[in-house]
Design a protein around this ligand. Structure first.
Ligand code: DAK
Length: 256
């Protein structure tokens, strides 16, 4: 049976659910491949305007599969080329909301950080415990984490391996919202529905520019923003959005 399931809680929202409870949703190569395939398919599906990524009620993802790494050599790891599978997630043009309950540890924390918005349950915990296994984060835990929370919080997490609670994650900028555990998925789907109702070209441009701009010098990032802003004036949705405002009616966006 597949360990990564796709559901449609709303017609324009794709929900990707990792279901490998016997291993606390640990990411083995099969799960990573399925994730990459679903992200690619949903990212290309014009019907889908926003994605939600979730795990189980007690664990989001407890990291990469330690059993699959324990005996591996450096060349085995190199040949797995798993960064190409992560890349499929990073390249998703649609907004991704991570709905995190329970453990988001190691590769699970890195997976959540591939999302654009993180909704965490009160009992969620985030951790980069790789150092305790004699390795280090390998899918963005030293880089995306530092960009999200800054050097001193990131260093503390990756050097100690100690988990942070959902509330701490929120305070440090590693979560967008904290809600009651039972509300995590409904809230993530609600947010996804709100985004899905907005003009998709504008939404995609915002995501692309925000992410690309983060790693560019400010002047370059502002230029990217300006060009994307100008480009949106070529869309029918821009005309519709502004005309609907002036007509005092609800806009109908077509993604054109
Ligand atoms: N891998 C494999 N199996 C795991 C696992 C994991 N990460 N986490 C849990 N399991 C398995 C356990 O072995 C156990 O299996 P059985 O003994 O029943 O066969 C089952 O799930 C239940 O686990 P527990 O009995 O431990 O469950 P608890 O609820 O008591 O504890 C826990 C939950 C999450 C606190 C605990 O399971 C735990 O500490 N898990 C390990 C967490 C961890 O250290 N995560 C970091 C893994 S290293 C890469 C990029 C990224 C990475 C690697 C490569 N490349 C680009 C190449 C990432 C590395 C990591 O994430």
């Amino acid at each position: 049976m597949s360990e990564v399931l796709v559901e449609y809680p709303l017609p324009e929202v794709g929900l990707i659910r990792i279901h490998r409870p016997e291993a606390r949703n640990a990411l083995n190569q099969a799960v990573r491949e399925q994730l990459a395939a679903h992200f690619t398919t949903l990212g290309n599906d014009p019907q889908v305007r926003c994605l939600v990524l979730t795990g189980g009620e007690k664990f989001f993802v407890a990291g990469a599969d330690i059993r699959a790494m324990a005996e591996a050599g450096a060349i085995d790891i190199l040949l797995r080329q798993s960064h190409r599978l992560w890349q499929a997630l990073a390249a998703c043009p649609k907004p991704v909301i991570a709905a995190v309950n329970g453990y988001a540890w190691g590769g699970g924390c890195e997976l959540a950080m591939h999302a654009d918005i993180i909704v965490a349950g009160e009992s969620a915990s985030f951790s980069q415990p790789e150092v305790k296994l004699g390795i280090m984060p390998g899918a963005g835990g030293t880089q995306r984490l530092t960009r999200a929370v800054g050097k001193f919080q990131a260093m503390k997490m990756v050097l100690t391996g100690q988990p942070v609670s959902a509330r701490e994650a929120l305070a440090m900028g590693l979560a967008s919202e904290v809600v009651a555990d039972a509300q995590v998925l409904p809230r993530a789907v609600e947010l996804a529905g709100q985004i899905a109702a907005l003009p998709p070209l504008a939404v995609m441009q915002i995501k692309e520019v925000l992410l690309a701009g983060q790693d560019a010098p400010l002047e370059t990032a502002l230029l990217l923003e300006r060009k994307a802003f100008q480009l949106l004036f070529a869309s029918q949705d821009q005309k519709e959005g502004m005309q609907a405002f002036l007509d005092k009616r609800k806009p109908v966006f077509k993604g054109r």
